[in-house]
Design a protein around this ligand. Structure first.
Ligand SMILES: NC(=O)c1ccc[n+]([C@@H]2O[C@H](COP(=O)([O-])OP(=O)(O)OC[C@H]3O[C@@H](n4cnc5c(N)ncnc54)[C@H](OP(=O)(O)O)[C@@H]3O)[C@@H](O)[C@H]2O)c1
Length: 275
């Protein structure tokens, strides 16, 4: 084992693509010493590029597993089997293994790692790229309070982190994992509506995006229930209620209930090895 292994809490990213890099840069902005961060990738040039850009340490999977206290696994779910085969012999049960892979249960990792290895599963979403992520954290059977806190601290550097029982991960995937896509879909449809009303595309886009940002900040910062906020812009016989009637006529609320249920069911199917 290298001499540096004895110093401080080291974190390794095993697989440093979009999500790994977003987390890595968030951690560094939060004050983590780059010398205590190791990165791996399938292509050595990718790890070297990250080392040059952030001052972190490029390593092989085996080196990272030996040196780091916390291992963050951020390869695609289909690459996780190969990664685990490579890692397992080097990971002592005193390490914390955090998986950011969608849909793979903690038990799957526990079966492949040394007995008693603590595993934490996290479902982030893409706004981690702009420090507004929503990450849902669940501990496996050997994860303690300290392990969950460590995971929470890491993911809080790129947005919010919330602990939930692992049984609720599929529901969280439907809400926050896929969530940003529903908002993009709405913005796309509302921009088309602006064009129907005769606005230039860019104008329609800007009006809707800023309305979405304003509404999101109001929801987050006012502490008001969404119904109250909506009522505040819904005057008697006004424009908003005319639009709401159309949304209700088309069953948009029921469509959302069905859509999120479908996403939850698909997440369950994928988690149990379905295709
Ligand atoms: N993107 C999302 O919206 C999102 C949201 C929630 C969760 N996730 C989860 O986050 C994980 C990563 O997603 P991503 O979008 O960041 O993927 P990505 O950009 O494709 O990154 C995957 C990284 O893994 C590396 N890699 C693959 N096999 C490896 C191996 N055997 N050893 C070391 N490194 C290896 C790749 O290296 P190369 O660059 O050299 O190919 C790449 O850097 C996935 O499990 C996904 O389910 C993603």
């Amino acid at each position: 084992m290298g001499a540096s292994a004895a110093h401080g809490q080291k974190i390794a990213f095993l697989g440093t693509g979009k999500i790994g890099e977003a987390l890595l840069s968030g951690l560094l902005r939060a004050g983590k010493d780059p010398a205590d961060v190791l990165v791996t990738a399938r292509r050595p040039e990718r790890a070297a590029e990250l080392a040059a850009r952030y001052g972190v340490v490029a390593a092989s999977n085996a080196e990272a597993a030996k040196l780091a206290d916390t291992l963050i696994l951020a390869v695609k779910p289909q690459d996780m089997g190969t990664l685990l085969e490579e890692l397992a012999p080097h990971v002592g049960a005193d390490r914390l293994v955090i998986s950011a892979a969608a849909g793979i249960p903690t038990a799957w990792f526990e079966e492949r790692l040394a007995a008693g290895t603590p595993v934490v599963r996290v479902m982030p979403n893409t706004p981690v790229l702009v420090d507004e992520g929503m990450s849902v954290i669940s501990g496996g059977s050997h994860a303690t309070e300290e392990h969950l806190e460590r995971a929470e601290e890491i993911f809080s550097s790129v947005g919010k982190a919330l602990r939930l029982p692992e049984a609720q991960q599929d529901a969280a995937t439907a809400l926050s994992g896929s969530g940003p896509a529903y908002f993009y879909f709405l913005v796309e449809a509302m921009t088309d509506a602006g064009i129907l009303l005769g606005l230039p595309r860019q104008v329609a886009h800007d009006l809707i995006v800023q309305s979405a940002i304003g509404a999101s900040v109001m929801l987050r910062d006012s502490g008001e229930h969404p119904v109250k906020l909506r009522e505040a812009v819904t005057s008697p016989a006004g424009t908003t209620i005319a639009a709401i009637r159309e949304l209700e006529n088309h069953g948009v609320r029921a469509a959302l209930l069905g859509a999120l249920e479908a996403a939850r069911d698909r997440s369950r199917e994928l988690a149990s090895g379905g295709r």
